[in-house]
Design a protein around this ligand. Structure first.
Ligand SMILES: NC(=O)c1ccc[n+]([C@@H]2O[C@H](COP(=O)([O-])OP(=O)(O)OC[C@H]3O[C@@H](n4cnc5c(N)ncnc54)[C@H](OP(=O)(O)O)[C@@H]3O)[C@@H](O)[C@H]2O)c1
Length: 308
């Protein structure tokens, strides 16, 4: 099977297509033929070892001091179950699934993945029929991060939520989650992405290149920093006295319940991950180079199986 490996930190050219043995599922595992995966900001950060200076050493100790420990990147996927181990009960051959390869030996830049039916870290579910394989692959990382942080901020009906950096993967799905909960949403993004965030449900759009949101008269129940480029001290200026600030710069720990809720919202037609571009696995370096620019809109998908 084909997979994409990196054995050294660096520019997108460190990503190399390799041939590997197709894995065989253990008794408690399913074998998934991967259809789509994505290039997340986490993937490019790990590939280039672009960690914040304060956390650099800890990150390198975790992910590999001199070279990456886990040589196959890819943080989310969708695919089709091709085989099941004899103790598997929840999935059957032919099921369309989506999830994250968290805690597995490899990421999802590969044609096949073996995944335990149950795992403490990492999520898996049957794909909503109304989501394409591309859209389903783009839901877990951004969606679970957004849902985890909005729940931490006690998102509820009738609130006014400001999403700072609303055009990224996390921001674009945060708009939709907040709307699904019955909130009013102000999206902060550049003018280029105003139409996009409005199409996702934003009630009001602020161009961060022209207006400093902290000078606004409005007061918000939640300020959600979806790109890690604002701060609590800035947000305080526009927060209600009991308002909440949450940020993607914090460590998040979403789990299966978050994926299940996203799945429900998607099945009801309330969520639709925004896809900016799609690339075949063979040119994944070009996809990484694009995401490296930090300007992607929503999600960048990698098509692993072309015919599905
Ligand atoms: N904590 C977690 O568990 C977790 C999980 C996932 C992601 N993250 C982090 O979340 C951050 C966002 O990731 P992502 O993939 O959602 O975003 P992304 O796609 O990398 O963000 C790109 C978007 O951000 C916008 N942007 C860039 N600079 C901006 C600024 N100064 N103000 C407002 N918008 C700006 C860009 O729009 P313009 O081109 O118009 O500026 C672009 O659309 C990353 O730092 C990532 O590492 C954290």
């Amino acid at each position: 099977m084909k997979a994409v490996k990196y054995t050294a930190y660096g520019s997108p050219e460190v990503l190399k297509m390799v041939d590997l043995e197709k894995p065989i599922p253990k008794d408690n595992e399913i074998l998934v033929k991967v259809v789509s995966t994505t290039v997340t900001s986490g993937d490019v950060r790990m590939r280039s070892s672009d960690f914040p200076p304060v956390a650099w050493l800890i990150a390198r100790l975790m992910f590999g001091l001199f070279k990456p420990k886990k040589e196959i990147l890819g943080h989310e996927f969708s695919g089709v179950v091709e085989a099941v181990g004899q103790h598997v009960t929840k999935y059957k051959v032919g099921d369309a699934v989506f999830g994250t390869p968290t805690s597995l030996a490899t990421g999802s830049y590969t044609e096949y993945l073996c995944i335990p039916e149950e795992r403490k870290k990492g999520v898996l579910a049957v794909k909503p029929t109304n989501l394409s394989f591309d859209a389903a692959a783009a839901l877990p990382v951004g969606g679970m991060t957004a849902l985890f942080l909005l729940k931490k901020a006690n998102l509820s009906k009738g609130q006014h939520v400001l999403v700072y950096g609303a055009s990224g993967s996390v921001g674009s799905i945060a708009i939709q989650i907040a709307k699904a909960y019955g909130a009013t949403v102000t999206a902060v993004c550049s003018n280029t992405n105003a139409e996009m965030v409005q199409s996702l449900g934003a009630d009001e759009v602020i161009d961060y290149k022209k207006v400093d949101y902290t000078t606004l008269d409005n007061k918000y129940d939640i300020v959600f920093d979806a790109v890690g480029k604002t701060s609590k001290s800035k947000a305080k200026k526009v927060l209600q006295p009991d308002g909440q600030f949450v940020t993607v710069a914090a460590i998040t720990s979403p789990g299966q319940a978050h994926l299940d809720e996203l799945k429900e919202l998607a099945s009801a037609g309330t969520l639709q991950p925004f896809i900016d571009k799609s690339f075949p696995l063979s040119v994944i370096a070009a996809a990484h180079a694009y995401v490296d620019q930090g300007r992607k809109k929503g999600n960048v998908v990698i098509k692993v199986a072309e015919n599905l």
